[in-house]
Design a protein around this ligand. Structure first.
Ligand code: BGC
Length: 743
């Protein structure tokens, strides 16, 4: 099977003749069927959300959907993961039905394999996107995406609903962890790498950019609730990651389920056609999100019935509807075309795109049949990349206190001696390490944990030896009264260190809405109680969003953010604590100090005015890009070869770095720009460039950075991307250099 990049000249065009000939032979019913996507639950034995186990296709339902109604696409998993064998049975079964319809067009199967093949038994699970972003390592993102592609294609699935290119600018949003963090440049570069990994690897599949767009920045912080985002801000912050991934050739896009400025995005023609098609030149397939056409009349109340909702979404520009349980969309669309409200040529546009995608994925050649089961890849091939990603994501936020072996050193790394007492609600949970979309949608069912993969306590015991690790279990909702039990156990054990595994249990979407961003009260009480014992204490956060904990921060000597690092996360944390790996993760977001102070690093100057008008009111717990290593690398020099540039010039910046410690360090170099005066209030800082460099022990080196003047741009009030002449500066670490951009 091969799949071709839509941007390479003529890739879509080269299929035009074939696709047009298929299209010409199709009836209206065939075409509307192609635009319909159902979930596996709708064609399995049992009820959609409660299929009979072992799951199998229901002959009557499958025939009705795939032959009578000619449904062109099926998604998802029927509520839980499956073995590759089971996937083969499903996919082959579905394609068998597809062959019975007149057109014989194969079905396009799609799934959410968002951090590795999340719905395949024993697949290699990688960190969730927020952790991948913390690696700031595009190669790792690309390689892991390629590995995911090989595994899901091995199951017979050629379409992945990934990556999420919404920004994570509000940690209250329950899908914050599905993003690459708060910055447009970081999300763009990571997003492109992921798309390339899925689509351009040895076993290519189709990527889906989701959720187009502005989905993650709602007023309430809750999922699928109203966002008010002016067009200028949409273009400045939320569009670049999608644009970059479209330019990289992404084959499909999923629509934002929410509303922007009062208009549900599924009805927004400006977004889905004028901007996406006409301006960005996207040629691929636009798929709705789950049940979102129906929600136009059941939730958003902008349509009176299914038919009106269908007409609105088609007029806005969708190609395929993730219905996903019935034929309401199919019937409504047929009626709309028959009565003349929607033209058949409009239907042809969408069907053509769907057929091109099927052709690009090779479905017409293979009939969409899964490859031979014997060719299903061996998981060992992919484990190192996933483990490396987990390792590079772990972010050391604080390292103070005293090491028991060498009291002049901070508490970490722990090294080869000392006894650990490990407790906290995420210490004994592989689910906590993996997060949502793991085995099941919410990722909470322990039955689907990958056999043999360790949770944190097991991983620490493996690495430190069981004699050095003592643990006490706590459930996520433990009562504060249970803290006494933990304290007694610590007293009996007399450990050298206490490791507190804190954070959250998995969630996503609406079930993850939360009223309070603060770390749960019982966890704070645990930290306070342990602190009273006077032992060196290490806090490890295993969570998808930065929960606030300022009041208990002083009570932990060292603090590590693990995000949702996946199956290899336990060992990655253990290696960082031990010191066999020198931590290199850096925060892809700003960590707020208080639940209502989630202000991003690229805030405006007015956001720095403190209540006394004197102190800096922007005072996060940890800054964007913060992260420590066991050796610190200092920016010793920052130089420009000239101080005045014309438009069209490239700025050459020299960054001097010195590793003041004894360990080789994988350092992140970020270049932030400051625009002194601009017609749109300038941000205090904007990330313009980043790179990782290895700096040897005590080594000094210089890095040369090239930055086109154009990349200092912003979107002005007339919605143009501009660089306004005047005074600018660039900052790396604590060093800044000034220059001028001429008229
Ligand atoms: C989510 C999407 C996902 C889709 C299919 C929706 O609820 O918002 O991100 O791809 O379900 O599972």
């Amino acid at each position: 099977m091969g799949c071709e990049n839509t941007t390479t000249d003529g890739a879509v065009g080269s299929h035009a003749v074939f696709v047009d000939s298929v299209l010409q032979s199709m009836t209206l019913e065939d075409k509307v069927g192609e635009m319909t996507q159902l979930t596996l639950g709708a064609i399995g034995v049992g009820k959609p959300y409660k299929l009979v186990e072992p799951q199998r296709l229901d002959t009557a339902k499958a025939y009705d959907a795939l032959v009578t109604n000619r449904v062109g696409s099926v998604l998802n998993c029927g509520n839980h993961e499956h073995t590759p064998e089971k996937w083969h049975e499903f996919i082959a079964g579905i394609q068998h039905y597809a062959q019975q319809k007149e057109s014989k067009i194969p079905v396009l199967y799609g799934v959410d394999a968002i951090h590795g093949p999340t719905y395949t038994t024993n697949a290699v699970l990688v960190p969730q996107q927020i952790g991948l972003a913390a690696t700031w390592n595009e190669d790792l993102v690309r390689e892991n995406a390629e590995n995911t592609a090989a595994q899901i294609f091995g199951c017979g699935i050629p379409w992945n609903f990934s990556p999420v290119l919404d920004l994570g600018r509000d940690p209250r949003w329950p899908r914050f962890w599905e993003t690459f963090g708060e910055d447009p440049l970081l999300a763009s570069r990571m997003g492109v790498a992921m798309v390339e990994g899925y689509q351009n690897g040895e076993v290519p599949i189709a990527a889906t950019l989701k959720h187009f767009f502005g989905y993650g920045f709602t007023l309430s912080g809750n999922d699928r609730t109203p966002a008010w985002i002016p067009e200028r801000e949409l273009r400045e912050y939320f569009l670049p990651s999608f644009k970059a991934a479209i330019d990289a050739g992404a084959m499909s896009i999923m629509v934002n389920s929410g509303e922007i400025n009062g208009i549900p995005v599924h009805t927004n023609k400006w977004m889905l056609t004028d901007l996406l098609r006409d301006e960005l030149g996207f040629e691929g397939v636009v798929v709705t999100d789950w049940e979102d056409v129906k929600y136009l009349y059941t939730r958003h109340m902008v349509a009176k019935d299914y038919k009106e909702a269908t007409r609105m979404s088609i007029e806005a520009g969708i190609d395929m509807c993730m219905v996903p349980l019935d034929f309401g969309f199919t019937e409504a669309l047929l009626a709309l075309v028959r009565e003349g409200s929607i033209s058949e040529s409009r239907i042809d546009e969408s069907v053509r795109r769907i057929l091109v995608m099927k052709k690009q994925l090779g479905l017409f050649e293979t009939g969409g049949m899964p490859p031979a089961l014997e060719d299903y890849p061996n998981r060992e091939e992919f484990e190192d990349d996933a483990a490396q990603a987990a390792l590079e994501s772990i972010t050391l936020l604080k390292n103070e206190g005293q090491n028991v072996v060498d009291p002049v050193q901070p508490v970490l790394p722990l090294g080869k001696s000392g006894k650990l007492f490990v407790t906290g609600p995420t210490a004994h949970s592989l689910n906590a390490l993996n997060g949502g979309w793991t085995g099941t949608w919410q990722g909470r069912d322990t039955v689907y944990n990958t056999p043999g993969m360790p949770h944190l306590v097991e991983a620490l015991s493996n690495r430190f030896g069981i004699k050095r690790v003592v643990s006490e279990k706590l459930a996520m909702d433990f009562e504060t009264a249970e803290i006494d039990r933990v304290i007694r156990a610590i007293e009996q054990t007399r450990p050298d260190y206490v490791v507190l595994a804190l954070g959250e249990m998995p969630y996503t979407e609406i079930p993850g809405n939360d009223e309070d961003l603060a770390l749960f009260g019982n966890q704070k009480a645990l930290i306070r109680a342990v602190h009273k014992m006077g032992l060196p204490t290490i806090g490890v956060f295993i969570e998808g969003r930065p929960r606030t904990f300022d009041d208990v921060e002083p009570f932990m000597d060292a603090i590590v953010m693990a995000y949702l690092p996946g199956d290899f996360g336990g060992d990655a944390i253990a290696q960082v604590l031990e010191g066999s790996y020198n931590p290199s993760g850096r925060l892809p977001f700003t960590w707020p100090r208080h639940p209502s102070s989630h202000v991003t690093y690229d805030h405006k100057h007015t956001e720095e005015i403190g209540t006394d008008f004197y102190t800096n009111g922007f005072n996060p717990q940890y800054s964007f890009s913060h992260g420590l290593s066991y050796s610190s690398v200092e920016v010793t020099d920052l130089r420009l070869e000239q101080t005045s540039y014309d438009m069209g010039d490239t700025i050459h910046l020299m960054v001097g770095l010195t590793n003041v410690g004894d360990r080789i360090t994988n350092e992140l170099v970020c270049v932030f720009s400051q625009d002194s005066v601009a017609s749109i209030t300038p941000s205090v800082d904007r990330l313009r460039y980043f790179d990782r460099v290895m700096v040897g022990p005590r080594e000094s080196m210089s890095l040369s950075v090239s930055l086109p003047v154009e990349e200092l741009s912003f979107i002005n009030a007339a919605l143009q991307e501009v660089v306004e002449p005047g005074a600018f500066s660039l900052r790396v670490g604590s060093k800044t250099v000034a220059f001028n951009v001429n008229e």
